[in-house]
Ligand binder design. Structure first.
Ligand code: DQA
Length: 147
C-alpha cells in the first residue's frame, strides 16, 4: 500500500508560521512522525509540498496508478480551488482531507471546503495528529474496500 501526503501553500513554513494556530513542529518533523507511523503500519508513504496549485494538480494526476490513497492538506486552496477538487474527482484515488487547525472554528471563509465533497472525509483541529488520524482512517477505508 502506498500513500501520498500532499501539502499545499505555506505549509513549508510550519513551525515559523502562526505557531499559536499551527503548532511549533515544522513540516519535516511532522513528515518524520508520519514516516515512523507508516513503517509500524507497514505502508509506503511519499511526501509532497508545493505553494503552486498547478504543481499540486500535476502530482494528483501522477498519483494515478501509483498511490492507493492520498492525504491532502490543500492549505487556503481548500476554500476555493475547484481545480484541485476536479483533480481529486478525476483520478478517483481515495483522499482524506486534513487540517492542523479546526477550520470550522476560525474565520467564516475557512468554514467552507470545496474539497470535502470529493474526499472520503475530513479531519481538522488536531494539529500534526490530524495527519496520523488521516492515515489510520485512509488505511481502514482501503481495507474496507478490499484493497
Ligand atoms: C490549514 C487551514 C487553512 O485555512 C489555511 O489556509 C492553511 C492551513 C490547516 O492545516 O489548518 O494554510 O489547511
Amino acid at each position: 500500500t502506498t500513500i501520498w501526503v500532499i501539502n499545499g501553500p505555506n505549509l513549508n513554513l510550519l513551525g515559523v508560521r502562526e505557531p499559536g494556530i499551527y503548532g511549533s513542529q515544522n513540516l519535516h518533523t511532522i513528515e518524520d512522525n508520519i514516516r515512523k507511523q507508516a513503517s509500524v503500519l507497514d505502508v509506503n508513504v511519499a511526501f509532497y509540498q508545493s505553494n503552486h496549485e498547478g504543481v499540486m494538480i500535476d502530482w494528483i494526476h501522477e498519483a494515478m496508478g501509483t498511490a492507493d490513497g492520498i492525504i491532502l492538506n490543500p492549505g487556503a486552496l481548500t476554500h476555493y480551488s475547484y481545480a484541485i477538487r476536479d483533480a481529486i474527482s478525476s483520478v478517483r484515488i481515495p483522499t482524506v482531507e486534513v487540517h492542523l487547525s479546526n477550520i470550522h472554528s476560525r474565520e467564516p471563509f475557512r468554514h467552507t471546503s470545496v474539497i470535502a465533497p470529493v474526499a472520503i472525509g475530513q479531519i481538522a483541529g488536531f494539529g500534526a495528529t490530524s495527519y496520523e488520524l488521516g492515515l489510520i482512517a485512509l488505511l481502514r477505508h482501503l481495507e474496507d474496500q478490499g484493497q
